[in-house]
Design a protein around this ligand. Sequence first.
Ligand code: ZN
Length: 288
Amino acid sequence: MKLIRFGDPGRERPGVILPDGTGRDASAVADDWNESFFASDGIERLRRWIGSAAASAPVLKDGVRLGPPVARPSKIVCVGLNYRDHAAESGQAVPAEPVLFMKSSTALSGPFDPILIPPESTKLDWEVELAFVIGRRSAHVSERSASEHVAGYTVMNDVSERAFQIERGGQWVKGKSSDSFAPLGPWLVTPDEIPDPHALALSLKVNGQTVQNSTTSQMIFGVPQLVSYISRFMTLLPGDIVSTGTPSGVGLGFKPPRYLKIGDIVEPSVHGLGTQRQTVAPWDSRGG
Ligand code: ZN
């Protein structure tokens, strides 16, 4: 199943893309794809609805805006330096344990929304990532049972401001959390459609040029390890997002470094999970 959310920012409604490719309003199933939906076996409810009533649900208009495919979660947990080649281009050692950091949940945006350059930004960068969404409350989960805790997979652009991240002291969170720094989607794809999340090609283009091109088989720590590991330090709630790290090819790794400017077009893609497209825009162009 492919879950989407559609409509204006902050007023999105839940929907699905059916196997025939049509988008349908799924408001009949739940208010939103949020914590209570995932916590109450909503995915199974949705599956039954698709088998019975979805074909008569309202069809979505062409060109409707897509929001992030899950409602704003309690947290977005990110994994740093989870690809060897990216650790090398960042001048960092390959970590012995997963490097974790947080991204503000208010950074979440739709897959085709603009990336807004914050005031003071000078080093705006991209990071295509495989992300997964937690399906059930997870505290001290074993690796063996970890897959039961994943509701689905999606694409994240872990947009990063390197000066804020690296040159302003303290933790990375400052460079990761501005509004529009977490484009998510276009779809949340359930695990039955992604038999192996560790065999997905992923890439990112800037102005049509491929700058990142790798596969999730290169990840150092895989999905079950990450669920289990993170759940030893914090409770993951249904609907929480975990972004699994980026391969090489970010702007920071170019010689000299290459950063985004207004008008640039960024296209992150993960095989089977869809392609995003963002235009870099001034901060004061934000609506709502
Ligand atoms: Zn990242």
